[in-house]
Design a protein around this ligand. Structure first.
Ligand code: F6P
Length: 568
């Protein structure tokens, strides 16, 4: 018998299944002609405007999606998250990234304890430490100011901080506070990434921040050991105490690694890795680069959306609407992907970050109770800033597959440029595309229009655009630290909404484990083959052949090579 707990067994889901067949008969050209409909599909909160009128949806669709949300007990699930219940049931953990940006006087409980004071004690510690480093009262082993920071971490311990750093880099206030300083990120275990990140850096002026929730991630720990060696080789082993600090939930392993626990910045198991940018994971490296007050604005922006998400009714709730519309596109239209298209170069690392938040959270095949899902959950997220993407993959989006698009625009550029005599400013030029693309997708171009333009008949099929391709637009007033925090929280909560409605656990990530354990087997094989000459054993024909070829072609590597750091 079908599981009664699956959302796809509810009346609301079945109604939407029938309703989508009706909507398939409509065209966005016609839906867009209804100004009342369009007006009702614009929602604004704290300066952020969402326009979802170019979704293949009517007001009736939205009402039916609200019914689905009700059947999924969405509001209850949101409340349970904010109340610190162990909604991440497979890891028996609360999910409280909202506590990371709560105001000092807020009360958020996990396991009967208000976690906000702990959050602020770490934030205060970061403020103090980052001010000491920035002012030069904390110096390196040779007495020099530590002006450069390398943050070592991967996945959630990298992508969020990189996104925020990239977004802040050209913000005028952030530029001022970052003058003379550099922040780099070492993520990949590929030694090329080490080489690229230490190039041009002097160990004497470099602080390494090792960021790992578990402090066991193979890539991060090898990179951390490599940079420890880089510092020790140049300045002696005792320099590590001044040049390396850590961010982790596992302070025992931090100490074992040789980092003084006083120089460790804690976070908690109720913070998922991909939801950790507002913890010390992001706040420490970003405060070292931009100063705590800039980062505090970022936290405030996220907190503003947290409150909106918690209290706004569904019809005015930006993350709820976004989440429900994603479900509409994925589960009812069957569109498997979503393009994230910020018309801002500063947001170039936004899509890669959201890719992890979304795909690691919702790329699941079973319900939270463990029942096989009879529908696909999650979507394939990808994206590039406009207008670069237009010259890359938009061809497919316009005339190939249907991919719902998120257009993200910014009213005021961080760096306006005007050229005398030009028709528009450079930002207006960018934004012309932001406004035009959604209409091109929605309206398309008909063969009749092409006939009227005297297009030769043989080219008409090639120049026809079917249109009816859904998108939504988010318009931010500007792109300062506060707005960046808003944008982050909107997407984090949207993804949670999708997971809550699909009835999956958006906060675990068992799917990353199998590959990791197979790599352990390969690592052991490489070690015994190189040190003892043992043949490749225990692998299938394909892997054994590839491994053997790899080992044979690198047989000149000595069994116990001396330490070798990149020479670049
Ligand atoms: O890729 C799996 C993962 O566990 C992510 O969820 C996490 O963000 C990343 O590895 C890094 O983990 P850690 O912060 O423990 O090093």
């Amino acid at each position: 018998m079908a599981s009664p707990t699956l959302i796809s067994n509810t009346g609301a889901w079945k109604e939407l299944k029938g309703h989508v067949e009706e909507i398939k008969k409509t065209h966005l050209r016609d839906l867009m002609a209804d100004a009342e409909r369009c007006k009702s599909m614009m929602v604004e909160f704290d300066g952020v405007l969402l326009d979802y009128s170019r979704q293949r949806a009517t007001n009736e669709t939205v009402d039916k999606l609200f019914k689905l949300a009700e059947e999924a007990k969405l509001k209850e699930k949101i409340n349970r998250m904010y109340n610190g219940e162990h909604i991440n049931s497979t890891e028996n953990r609360s999910v409280l990234h909202v506590a990371l940006r709560a105001s000092r006087d807020a009360v958020i409980q996990s396991d009967g304890k208000n976690v906000v004071p702990e959050v602020w004690s770490v934030l205060d510690k970061i403020k103090d430490f980052s001010e000491r480093v920035r002012s030069g009262s904390w110096v390196g082993a040779t007495g020099k100011v530590l002006k450069d920071v390398v943050a070592v971490g991967i996945g959630g311990s990298f992508l969020g901080p990189l996104f925020v750093h990239t977004a802040l880099q050209t913000d005028p206030e952030a530029i001022k506070s970052a003058r003379g300083r550099q922040l780099r990120f070492l993520a990949n275990v590929d030694p090329i990434d080490v080489a690229r990140n230490i190039t041009g850096l002097n160990p004497e002026t470099t602080l390494v921040v090792v960021v790992s929730k578990t402090f066991t991630t193979a890539e991060t720990m090898l990179n951390a050991r490599t940079l420890r060696e880089w510092i020790s080789a140049a300045l002696g082993p005792s320099a590590v105490a001044k040049h390396m600090v850590a961010v982790s939930t596992n302070l025992t392993l931090v100490e074992k690694f040789g980092i003084d626990p006083n120089n460790a910045f804690a976070f908690w198991d109720w913070v998922g890795g991909r939801y950790s940018v507002c913890s010390a994971v992001g706040v420490l490296p970003l405060s070292l680069q931009y100063g705590f007050s800039v980062v505090e604005q970022f936290l405030k922006g996220a907190s503003s959306i947290d409150q909106h998400f918690y209290s706004a009714p569904h019809e005015k709730n930006i993350p709820v609407l976004l989440g429900l519309l994603s479900i509409w596109n994925v589960s009812f239209f069957g569109y498997p992907a979503r393009a994230i298209l910020p018309y801002s170069q500063a947001l170039e690392k936004f899509a890669p970050h959201i890719q992890q938040v979304s795909m690691e959270s919702n790329g699941k095949g079973v319900s939270i109770e463990g029942a096989l899902l009879p529908f696909e959950a999650g979507e394939i997220d990808f994206g590039e800033p406009g207008t670069n993407g237009q010259h890359s993959f938009y061809q497919l989006i316009h005339q190939g597959r249907v991919i719902p698009c998120d257009f993200i625009g910014v009213v005021k550029s961080q760096q306006p440029v005007y050229l005398k005599g030009e028709v528009v400013s450079n930002h207006d030029e960018l934004m012309s595309n932001f406004f035009a693309q959604p209409d091109a997708l929605a309206y398309g171009k008909t063969p009749e229009q092409l006939h009227k333009e005297n297009v030769p008949p043989h080219l008409i099929p090639h120049k026809t655009f079917s249109g009816n391709r859904p998108s939504l637009s988010l318009l931010l007033p500007s792109l300062n630290a506060y707005n960046i925090g808003q944008l982050l929280a909107i997407y984090e909560h949207r993804i949670a909404v999708e997971g809550f409605v699909w009835g999956i656990n958006s906060f675990d990530q068992w799917g990353v484990e199998l590959g990791k354990s197979l790599a352990t087997q390969v690592r052991k094989q490489l070690h015994v083959s190189r040190t003892k000459g043992e043949p490749v054993e225990g692998f299938n024909f394909s892997t054994a052949t590839l491994l053997t070829r790899y080992l044979e072609a690198t047989a000149d590597i000595p069994a116990d090579p001396p330490t070798l750091l990149p020479r670049i």
